[in-house]
Unconditional design. Structure first.
Length: 277
């Protein structure tokens, strides 16, 4: 390219494009690493389709951690959020695309754009019959982080996080382990599993429910909280002695240990089990 004007035009175009990319990065948070594809064959294992071909890859970002994180995995994808002892937010996104031919599945995967930072979501191309895509997330956050998680077809897992936690999904189970703070959420078609830790609930309380699915709460010995558990169509089982008024049938309201914040779990169609962990 010998024309000086052409060289100048290309240089200006590259500078403008670079500025636009940096601007998008600033909108989503302070990036500590660029988007990169990382090997994770175990996570991608099992994503092969019975008919047609599929492509799976895992993309990763690292950011300086915000105070609150929102993850939208709709329409197809699960969300897993776990606390770690770092002041960083790490996002891993499993991109899965399928079609009749591998080349078409690759085109679909390459067209999926992921916004990563304090707000995490994906946008993908329109697909024909027998084609589709999904994006699931594994997110590492500082222990004191507020969360807002959503999915339609996918499960939700939160472990070790203390904050204002909100979540909902339609088709997927929910697993909560060692969480604390002000926690509310629901699923429509899926079970609930809550694993408590320590000697009491730390925070405002827990309020979770499902419509079609069982509920299990694992409670350490000597734990203190106010427990409310109920089912409409299903049995209720408490695996250790509790003090209640009346008999335990389909609901129970009782203080565990010295009482405290309320832990409320309920289902419409499914059993409820309160067990020692």
């Amino acid at each position: 390219m010998s024309n000086p004007r052409c060289r100048e035009w290309v240089t200006r175009t590259l500078v403008m494009a670079t500025g636009a990319v940096l601007g998008l990065t600033m909108l989503t948070g302070t990036a500590l690493s660029q988007d990169r594809v990382v090997p994770d064959d175990e996570w991608c294992h099992g994503d092969a389709r019975q008919h047609g071909e599929s492509v799976c890859e895992v993309r990763e970002w690292t950011f300086s951690a915000p105070d609150d994180v929102s993850v939208d995995a709709t329409p197809n994808g699960g969300v897993s959020v776990e606390a770690w002892d770092r002041s960083e937010l790490r996002v891993r996104a499993k991109v899965h695309a399928w079609a009749e031919a591998t080349t078409r599945a690759r085109q679909i995967a390459d067209a999926i754009q992921i916004k990563a930072g304090a707000d995490i979501e994906a946008d993908g191309p329109k697909t024909e019959d027998e084609e589709g895509w999904s994006v699931s997330y594994r997110v590492m956050v500082p222990r004191d982080t507020d969360l807002d998680l959503a999915s339609t077809n996918g499960g939700i897992m939160i472990a070790g996080v203390h904050g204002t936690l909100r979540f909902h999904t339609t088709n997927g189970g929910v697993h909560l382990e060692r969480v604390a703070g002000d926690v509310e959420g629901r699923t429509t078609n899926g079970g609930l599993h809550v694993v408590l830790a320590g000697d009491r609930w730390d925070g405002k309380g827990l309020n979770v429910r499902t419509t079609n699915g069982g509920v299990k709460v694992s409670v350490p010995a000597g734990y203190s909280a106010h427990l409310e558990a109920a089912t409409t169509n299903g049995g209720l089982k408490v695996d250790f002695p509790v003090t209640v008024q009346g008999r335990i049938d389909r609901s129970v309201s009782t203080d565990l240990g010295e009482g405290g914040s309320t832990i409320k779990v309920r289902t419409t169609n499914g059993g409820v089990t309160i067990a020692r962990s």
